[in-house]
Write a protein that binds this ligand. Sequence first.
Ligand SMILES: Cc1cc2nc3c(=O)[nH]c(=O)nc-3n(C[C@H](O)[C@H](O)[C@H](O)COP(=O)(O)OP(=O)(O)OC[C@H]3O[C@@H](n4cnc5c(N)ncnc54)[C@H](O)[C@@H]3O)c2cc1C
Length: 300
Amino acid sequence: MQFNVVIIGGGTAGCVLASRLSEDPGQAVCLVEAGPDYGPYAGGGWPEDMVDGRQLAFSHSWETDREDRSQLRARILGGCSGHNACVVLEGAPADYDAWGPGWTYRELEPYLRRAERQLRTRRPTDDELLPWGSAFLQAGGDASIVNPLNAVGSVRWNAAFAYLDPARNRPNLAILADTLGDRVLLDGERAVGVATSAGELTADTVMLTASSYGSPAILLRSGIGRIRDCRSARGWPTTSESVRAGSQPSCSRTRPRASRASIPSSWARSRLRSGARPARRGSATSSCFPRSSRASRATR
Ligand SMILES: Cc1cc2nc3c(=O)[nH]c(=O)nc-3n(C[C@H](O)[C@H](O)[C@H](O)COP(=O)(O)OP(=O)(O)OC[C@H]3O[C@@H](n4cnc5c(N)ncnc54)[C@H](O)[C@@H]3O)c2cc1C
């Protein structure tokens, strides 16, 4: 089938793009995800550990070595938003400003607020704070930072729930789960489709959102990258040389607002305070992930 857009990787970014792009009924959008799709949240089919935001989940990881979590990433619709710590981090305004016109904090702020709403972001309640987090909050008073969560009750409100569920019924959106994107199909230097484990898909536009690990690998298998890297990825030389594909992956240019946080943090512990204002110098971060006692399931 011919699509306007094929998106490879139905993780955090892929779900957002598929949802936003398919708002235009004239755009036929296909989202390809290697992992499973358990349907809308309301269907109740998601594995318990993946929706329990009170702890990290490991049942849908790409990694087979359960001891090595240094490169942990999820293979499921929603991607790493499906197993992460639900901390809603925002960069410091000055970092956005450094990106220049079109990307300044003032220009991006409406979208940050919109994303907060879509992700059902909320401040944790006092009784969700870990005991030492409560103590820290008490000691820090107004200077404490409490990180907002994208959690509805105890449910990790992943990108699939937040962005795809409202879009699932659109006739112009196809979701291909359990399908691997192998390589981009090229006509000369122009992308014209994708070879997947379910066959070839053709598209006017191809988007790679298979994460900082998956996307470079697809590029290299497509022959886009450094000659030596492409050759080792697929056994024959490059189609389009790009010295940047697959090199120097970096998470983000922005620093979290609480980069001066004084509390040692793990993924499940680091939190930013609620509200949109930048953290004051010397502000402290309080850990407050919902405690592991029973917590309510989401009500929608
Ligand atoms: C344990 C952990 C905790 C975290 N906690 C937080 C947190 O609290 N707050 C926060 O803001 N960030 C957190 N992060 C980081 C955040 O989750 C990621 O930065 C974000 O999810 C990355 O989004 P992405 O779309 O780039 O990639 P992903 O969400 O990883 O999505 C990539 C998707 O592509 C799919 N894919 C890969 N290769 C292929 C292929 N060849 N074909 C088809 N599909 C493919 C994958 O299965 C996956 O679904 C955490 C990350 C981890 C690992």
